[in-house]
Design a protein around this ligand. Structure first.
Ligand SMILES: [Zn+2]
Length: 102
């Protein structure tokens, strides 16, 4: 049986760190939609910074990758468990770019 939405939400929130606000919605097709928004940039910007990605595990990875890049770019001093995946996230980004070019 797949993990419940709230359990996934807690796990993703733990990985994303203190600056992240993680919500999981269930899309019309029954898939989980991960929404990671930034608590700090929510306060400063008119529009919340957030990473929305539909899908099951791909959705999680894609949303978390965008979040990792956001942390790196805007909050270089922030610490979060997900930063351990920075290198993997960069490799995935690189692979997606190469796919688009070929
Ligand atoms: Zn931010």
């Amino acid at each position: 049986m797949p993990a419940s939405r709230s359990a996934r939400e807690r796990k993703a929130a733990a990985e994303a760190g203190d600056l992240a606000n993680v919500k999981i919605d269930v899309g019309g097709d029954g898939q989980f939609v991960y929404k990671i928004s930034c608590r700090e940039c929510t306060v400063k910007a008119d529009r919340n910074w957030s990473a929305y990605r539909p899908g099951e595990d791909n959705g999680f990875m894609a949303a978390m990758d965008r979040w990792i890049f956001h942390l790196k770019e805007k909050h270089p001093n922030a610490d979060a468990p997900c930063l351990a995946y920075l290198e993997a996230a960069q490799q995935r980004l690189h692979a997606r770019r190469e796919q688009r070019e070929s």
